[in-house]
Design a protein around this ligand. Structure first.
Ligand code: GLA
Length: 720
């Protein structure tokens, strides 16, 4: 791709995708201005943006000290102590890429040898514009960065609402929507290591009042960073809400040496006039096209050992679980925590992390034997690791006590098990070790097909024995840069191994790392009812192919709730289906039902994992029912899910209207996952036009508590 450096450039820079446009005003020697973001406009309409006074004349990237008198995206202190920036456009380059266009705008400080490049990468088919910045300076001594947001966008005031995710361990990705008012709304997370339990660096602005699934204009923004972050919506008395997104700068000022470049993570923006659902589908497409590793490859159906045996991993149970799962039609077995440790075997969760060698007492014939058994049963084998962590009781800490984050002269604060510590990923030796954990496993056991990469401890001890004293404030940022380097090395060598991002449940669900992982564990909470809410929230930004969803035992181990096996399957089947229980505890009927459900999932897998998602009735709306569907890209097939969320006698469950179908096609409905002792419902085998299914909708027979339905819809050729 040739870089065409324009000697002169058009002052009104229009950056467009199929349906959206961003416009900036880049006058040479002037500050870069934001003019417009929204529905696609053509080049001839550029002046009209200003004529209609849509152009907001706000700085495109407000910096502290000179031009902006409101909140800012960047603040630095120069080598001589000056705290201000005054940036003017110096150059613009436009480069066409395979998927769109990359525009970079060079801004130079009028006084100091300090440069900032604002990048905009437009992805045409996805309707995504990625934005980030890069700074470099030639000052004699380091420049200190005190605030370094990736991006800024002014959002015109009106009846603007914001939707975002909040939660906690075992209750991740719960959705919240609120109208934007005066003052500051900040979404941030400062866990240090895993940053998706409590909040998510993603949001959607509904510009036309109360958020709606399929109408109204929506701007979505996603920050691609696994470390601490801050998304701020600052609403002052001007006409806009000021939106900033970037790495959290708290306790993280960054010393930048002469010539060193500082590149921020990117923020991906999308715009849709088809409501929240339209914006989500744009993000899903973008994710499947590269922001989730292997986003176009269908996922295996797996059994994970955790809730089945917990830490009591042993050869007999592993083999039996594989045999039972293979009988059900499963495709992959994952041996979770508990398989490792030599001098300190992993009996409880308070030892052994770091000692990634097999525990010969639990697994006398080793891992190769388990892999052989998996293959004999026609399934693949996967394994759990937590490579960034250690316990103070481990051979690793005996050999390398300086490799854990710790503060000189202070008592170590431990995490899980009262002994767990985080390794210092800023240290290249630790990065080599972490890479080596995966590399050694895959070299020794090349047939390992899947690795669950866990992260169960916060960044508690703010001290690195590797970073010099004057760069201790780099820990939060350099930890994640170190992690990313390791992940890049792993992917360069092992592009095909399936990696799951787990962070004590959903703590690592984020686009900072998803380009390296095939999926994330949504939550340690496998209760099907609560999962409906969590999976719904996650689906605002993440595609189903990336969401690991497991059928577990009843009563559920986290909530104690009992729900039918069918309901549990019907909920798990909206993402990457798996199971997480001990099959030998199931009845013959349950095993038979599971076998049929797994066979049914194989039928709908391409539609669920690669199709377009339409959310129909939200569980958050408390209508007694929740419903969603997936439609294949050619609209010839779809799969519909509905769940009874409340149960009273004489209850009126609303008719559900489908979406995303071809109005002119006719679709035959086949009910899936029908319980062994029940008949399919009244809709089974019936044929309807897409128009009728979408306009009139269907009556659901959801007559019992925790009733649920799954329908396959297939377009008919010559139906009259
Ligand atoms: C975390 C994960 C679980 C399981 C345990 C093992 O909590 O989220 O799925 O792997 O660790 O210790």
């Amino acid at each position: 791709m040739a870089l065409t450096q324009a000697a002169t450039w058009e002052r009104e820079l229009l950056i467009s995708t199929r349906n959206t446009s961003l416009m900036l005003t880049a006058g040479e020697g002037e500050p870069l201005k934001f003019a417009y973001y929204g529905d696609r406009i053509e080049a001839c309409e550029r002046n009209r943006v200003h004529d209609a006074w849509i152009g907001l004349n706000k700085d495109a990237y407000p910096v502290f000290g000179t031009t902006c008198n409101f909140a800012h995206a960047m603040q630095v202190t120069h080598a001589d102590g000056n705290m201000t920036l005054d940036l003017a456009v110096s150059d613009v380059s436009r480069e066409s890429t395979e998927r769109g266009e990359h525009v970079s705008i060079l801004l130079k400080d009028r006084k100091y040898p300090f440069e900032l490049t604002a990048h905009y990468n437009a992805l045409y088919d996805e309707d995504i514009i990625e934005s980030w910045i890069e700074v470099v300076h030639r000052e004699k001594k380091p420049v200190v960065l005190y605030r370094f947001d990736s991006s800024y966008m002014p959002i015109r005031r009106g009846d603007v609402w914001v939707s975002h995710l909040h939660g906690a361990w075992t209750a991740e990705t719960m959705l919240t929507s609120e109208p934007l008012n005066n003052g500051l709304l900040e979404i941030r997370n400062t866990d240090g290591a895993r940053n998706a339990h409590y909040a998510h660096p993603e949001l959607m602005f509904s510009l036309d009042g109360c958020p709606s699934e399929n109408s109204g204009r929506v701007i979505g923004a996603v920050l691609c960073w696994s470390g601490n972050y801050s998304l701020r919506v600052d609403s002052d008395n001007s006409q806009v809400h000021h939106f900033f997104a970037g790495m959290c700068s708290e306790a993280s000022y960054y010393k930048l040496a002469q010539g060193e470049s500082f590149v921020t993570p990117k923020v991906a923006y999308t715009y849709s006039d088809r409501g929240l659902g339209g914006a989500s589908r744009n993000f899903h497409r973008w994710a499947r096209n590269g922001m989730v590793h292997g986003g176009d490859k269908q996922r295996d159906i797996l059994l994970n050992s955790w809730e089945g045996v917990y830490l009591d991993v042993n050869e007999a149970d592993m083999v039996q679980m594989m045999e039972d799962f293979a009988q059900m039609g499963g495709e992959l077995f994952v041996m979770d925590d508990g398989w490792f440790g030599d001098k300190y075997p992993r009996k409880k969760d308070n030892t052994s992390l770091g000692d990634w060698v097999v525990d010969n007492n639990k697994l006398p014939q080793g891992i190769n034997y388990l892999i052989e058994k998996a293959h004999e049963n026609g399934i693949k084998f996967g394994i759990w690791i937590e490579p960034e962590a250690t316990n103070c009781v481990s051979e690793l800490m005996e050999k390398h006590p300086d490799w854990a984050l710790q503060v000189d002269g202070r008592k170590v604060r431990y995490g899980r098990g009262g002994t767990q510590m985080l390794l210092d990923m800023t240290n290249p030796d630790v990065q080599d070790f972490v890479f080596g954990v995966v590399d050694d496993l895959l070299t020794q056991y090349p047939d390992i097909a899947y690795i669950k990469w866990d992260a169960n401890v916060e960044l508690f001890n703010y001290g690195s024995t590797y970073l010099p004293q004057d760069k201790q404030s780099h820990i939060y940022i350099d930890y994640h840069r170190g992690l990313e380097k390791v992940l890049q090395r792993i992917r360069a060598k092992y592009p095909d191994v399936v990696l799951q991002a787990c962070g004590g449940g959903g703590g690592r669900a984020g686009y900072g790392v998803m380009p390296y992982y095939d999926e994330f564990w949504v939550s340690d909470n496998t209760d099907a009812v609560q999962r409906i809410y969590m999976q719904w929230g996650a689906s605002y930004f993440y595609p189903s192919i990336a969401m690991a969803q497991h059928v577990s035992a009843s009563p559920n181990h986290q909530t104690g709730r009992s729900v039918p096996l069918k309901f549990r399957f019907d909920v798990a089947m909206t993402g990457r289906l798996g199971m997480e229980l001990q099959p030998k505890d199931m009845t013959a009927e349950e095993l038979e039902f599971s076998k049929r459900a797994i066979a049914d999932y194989k039928l709908i897998r391409p539609i669920v994992q690669l199709g377009e998602q339409y959310r129909l009735v939200s569980p958050y709306d408390k209508k007694g029912v929740a419903s969603l569907m997936y439609v294949s890209s050619d609209t010839s097939q779809a799969v519909f899910f509905a769940y009874k969320m409340e149960h009273f006698t004489n209850m009126n469950v609303q008719r559900v209207r489908m979406d995303g179908l071809d109005a002119d096609k006719t679709y035959k409905i086949t009910e899936l996952n029908v319980p062994l002792d029940k008949q399919p419902c009244h809709l089974n085998g019936k044929v309807f036009t897409g128009r009728m299914l979408m306009n009139t909708g269907i009556e659901l027979a959801l007559n019992s508590e925790y009733a649920s339905r799954v329908f396959l819809l297939e377009a008919q050729q010559d139906y009259k």
